[in-house]
Design a protein around this ligand. Structure first.
Ligand SMILES: NC(=O)c1ccc[n+]([C@@H]2O[C@H](COP(=O)([O-])OP(=O)(O)OC[C@H]3O[C@@H](n4cnc5c(N)ncnc54)[C@H](O)[C@@H]3O)[C@@H](O)[C@H]2O)c1
Ligand SMILES: [Zn+2]
Ligand SMILES: [Zn+2]
Length: 361
């Protein structure tokens, strides 16, 4: 029997979000219905609302979520009702060219639920990142559910489902940060701060945080930055070189997604160093660099999609490290709110007042 629950939809381009009744079908083959306990507010939800991702309105927003599996469809064996799970947007297929080459974190054919959730009048909803978790319950592909230790608080666990995983993974998976490395992170929102926390976890010797907002630099220090640079006041390339013996950092992580900050990252790394772009640019942005510098400085210029994570490998590990006290995921939760408060939470995010607002259900 389909169920009716409350959920937050974006009805049309730049229209305010609103709480509506959502019809959630019973799980079909390979699907699961999850009772959501917490869901973080991410920049990507705002992009959906602004029409920046695509025009498939109405969207069911929310995708950084944790909850308990309520029911599963035929053929589902990896999770069962009662399991505490984090939802992911990388349910790997096992059969695409990336999966077949043993690189499932690049999977080009990830799974979502086949059935649609709808409004009461039958209008089909597009769930954000195939999840749609600003809702009491949501329907996903079973592979989007990753079991983790239920001792963790849902508000904290859900954040690994997107931005925090993207940042940690940008450092430890894409950037391959290791013991003794010097790292600089440009842009210290939720994603950049997670890259800082990931670098600390990986044993980086120096972690330089760069932002234009002093409030962000204070949080960055709490998460592991050893040095901070306000790039409104100081040239970040010079400052990073000065802090690294005149050479530049081994790994520079760009977590803003703009050409000028990418250029800073490019020149702030040591010869043969690595740039990781985890910030998402808009389609109109262009980058101009002397090709001789691209050649002459060597190293690697990489992009990081979802922190090159493999949810089944990375989520349980990171939750265990958090429970050991080695990864402070709680520091990312600035406030907890209800389903009715998503619109003002977007405004606070836009003003830079919060790292993450988390909806508790
Ligand atoms: N690659 C992925 O898979 C992935 C996943 C999630 C989010 N993201 C992207 O990561 C980026 C950051 O996300 P977030 O949630 O941390 O956003 P956010 O808005 O919380 O953080 C951005 C930070 O950048 C700072 N900033 C802005 N302009 C700057 C500049 N010129 N120089 C230095 N700092 C500057 C801001 O002060 C802020 O602290 C976004 O582009 C987001 O879309 C990528
Ligand atoms: Zn695949
Ligand atoms: Zn997100």
């Amino acid at each position: 029997m389909a169920q009716e629950v409350r959920g937050v939809i974006a009805p049309g381009k730049n229209e305010p979000v609103r709480v509506e009744t959502i019809v959630v079908p019973d799980p079909g083959p390979g699907e699961a219905v999850v009772q959501i306990q917490a869901c973080g507010v991410c920049h990507t939800d705002l992009h959906y609302k602004q029409g920046g991702i695509n025009d498939d309105f109405p969207f069911l927003l929310g995708h950084e979520a944790a909850g308990v599996v309520e029911s599963v469809g035929a053929g589902v064996t990896d999770v069962a009702p009662g399991d505490f799970v984090i939802l992911n947007w990388r349910a790997v297929c096992g059969q695409c060219r990336a999966c077949l080459r043993g690189r499932p974190w690049y999977c080009f054919n990830t799974h979502n639920a086949k059935q649609k959730m709808t409004l009461k009048d039958g209008t089909e909803l597009s769930p954000a990142l195939g999840i749609g978790a600003f809702a009491e319950k949501t329907l996903v592909a079973a592979g989007q559910c990753t079991k983790v230790d239920p001792a963790v608080s849902p508000a904290v666990a859900g954040l690994l489902g997107c931005g925090v995983m993207a940042g940690i993974g940008a450092a430890i998976n894409t950037g391959n940060v290791g013991r003794g490395d010097t790292v600089a992170v440009i842009g210290c929102g939720g994603v950049g701060d997670a890259a800082i926390a990931g670098s600390r976890l990986a044993g980086a010797a120096k972690i330089i945080a760069v932002d234009i907002d002093d409030r962000k630099l204070i949080t960055a220090e709490k998460l592991g930055a050893t040095h901070t640079v306000n790039s409104r006041a100081t040239d970040p390339v010079e400052a990073i070189r000065e802090l690294t013996g005149g050479f530049g950092a081994d790994v520079v992580i760009e977590a803003v997604g703009r050409p000028e900050t990418y250029q800073q990252a490019f020149y702030a790394r040591d010869l043969a160093g690595t740039v990781v772009l985890v910030g998402v640019p808009t389609p109109d942005m262009k980058l101009e660099l002397p090709l001789i510098d691209v050649f002459g400085r060597g190293g690697a210029l990489k992009s990081s999609w979802y922190g090159d994570c493999l949810p089944s490998r990375d989520f349980p590990m990171l939750i265990d490290l958090h429970l050991q006290g080695r990864l402070d995921l709680g520091a990312f939760v600035s406030e907890t709110i209800t389903l009715d408060d998503v619109e003002p939470a977007f405004e606070r995010m836009h003003q830079g007042d919060v790292l993450r607002s988390v909806v508790i259900l």
